[in-house]
Each structure stands twice: as C-alpha cells, then as structure tokens.
Write a protein that binds this ligand. Structure first.
Ligand code: MN
Length: 252
C-alpha cells in the first residue's frame, strides 16, 4: 500500500507528524506538504510561478505552494506509482459545514479524489493539540478500515474528530454537512505605518446543526464522517434556468 500524506497547516505542523506516526506500518508513506501554513487556501493551484520541492529537516517533502499544489505535483511529477490513498491532516481546527469550501485540508484530499484516488481529510475540531494522539488513533482506524475494506469508488471522506481522550469519544457518526451563519465581521486594525488593514473574521457559529449533521455529531462527542462529492450543479434548478435563460439569444 502507498499512502500520500499532506495537510494545509504546513510540513512542520504537529497534526501532520501525528498522522504520519499513526499510519506507520500500514504501507509506504509519502509526505508532501506545504512549506508554510495555507489554511483557507481551498482548491487553489499556483499558476503564476514555478514550485520548489525541497526535503525538510524532518524528512518530509515540502512545496512552496498550496495543499492542492502539493498533491498535484506529487501525483503528476514526484511519485513513480499512484498511491492507493491520499490522506490530509490532521488539521488544527474544525472543517465542518461551509468550512469544507474554504479548507485547504479538504482540498488536499479533494485533489487526490479528482485524480480518482480514494481520499480522506482529518480535522481536530477544537484548536490546540491537547488530545492529538487520540485523534491520530481514530485516523489510523479509519485508514485501516479503508485499506482492508475499501468503500466503493469514488471516495472523499471528511472526518472531524472531537478534541477528547480516546475513552471519552462517543463512537463514529456518519453525517451530512451542516451550515454556518455568515462569518464574523472583519477585524480592522492599524499597522505601525498608519495603514488601516483588515483581518478576515472567524467563521460563523453553526446555523444548521440538526441531528444528522457534522456539527451535531461533534456536540455529542462523536467522530463525524461525511462522504463528500463535487458536483456543484443545482440539478433541481436546471429546468427553471433553461426557461429563463435560453430565450435570451433566440434571435441572435
Ligand atoms: Mn489548517
């Protein structure tokens, strides 16, 4: 088995090292991770400059680009053979509901999925690494399961793990994505040079945390596993938009 490991917090993040350590023995582990933190990078690719690929002091391969760059370069240029699985994380913080659209952690997994490789993103919900070993143990169990009994392709799983000791984790729940309220306002501040600048504010609180959502599973202390797909088409709206748009250029 060959497992490609990446993340968005950067090659030196504790969550990456914990994930790699936890997966030891399950196969050949290849780590290709961003040189610096790219949380919130979503699926961006770097197209305005070439990418440097270096070996970091910890032995991991790092790329001066985004999470998607890392997996893309690994799959198209660095690896001799396709991996059997792409895993990403363990992220420092939740990737639930709308977070999945912004997340670099999910994006790294998505890049594998787009190449037809099963992929799993792991996030530790509460920031800080207090119970990282427990989260890594959960991640190992899920990866072991996928390797031993692969889900029917295509596979893109979004896993959020509560920051709890292993014995306090209330099992695994398979969920749908919830929804967040809009983000908190930007934070305005002034630089030492007198320029007004703006920090993007924190994510909004949960708006849809109904039973069956990722948010609800986490509130209950459970691990949330959400199967994702990428068809953004609003199928139910096609007929209405057809009636609305297609007459526009009938005489063109
Ligand atoms: Mn991150």
């Amino acid at each position: 088995m060959r497992i490609l490991v990446s993340n968005d917090d950067g090659y030196s993040a504790p969550g990456l090292e914990a994930l790699v350590s936890a997966l030891e023995g399950l196969g050949e582990l290849i780590v290709v991770a961003p040189e610096t933190n790219h949380s919130g990078a979503s699926n961006s690719l770097t197209l305005n400059r070439p990418l440097a690929v270096r070996t970091a002091a910890n032995g991991y391969t790092c790329v001066n680009g985004t999470p998607s760059d890392c997996v893309h370069v690994a799959l198209t240029g660095l690896l001799d053979a396709r991996p059997d699985l792409v895993v990403s994380g363990i992220n420092n913080g939740a990737n639930m509901g709308d977070d999945t659209l912004y997340s670099g952690t999910v994006a790294a997994a998505t890049e594998g999925y787009l190449f037809g490789i099963p992929a799993i993103a792991f996030s530790l919900v509460q920031k800080g690494w207090e119970h990282l070993p427990a989260a890594a143990a959960v991640a190992r169990r899920i990866v072991e399961r996928q390797l031993a009994e692969p889900l029917e392709a295509p596979v893109l799983l979004n896993v959020n793990i509560p920051n709890l000791p292993l014995q306090a984790v209330k099992g695994v729940q398979v969920t749908r994505l919830g929804k967040r309220h809009p983000s908190e306002p930007v934070v305005r501040t002034t630089t030492p040079y007198g320029e007004t600048v703006y920090w993007i504010g924190p994510a909004g609180m949960a708006a849809d945390a109904a039973p069956g959502t990722d948010f609800d599973a986490i509130v209950q202390g459970a691990v949330s596993v959400t199967p994702l797909r990428l068809d953004l088409t609003h199928h139910e709206q096609i007929a209405e938009v057809r009636t609305w748009a297609e007459p526009l250029c009938e005489n063109a």
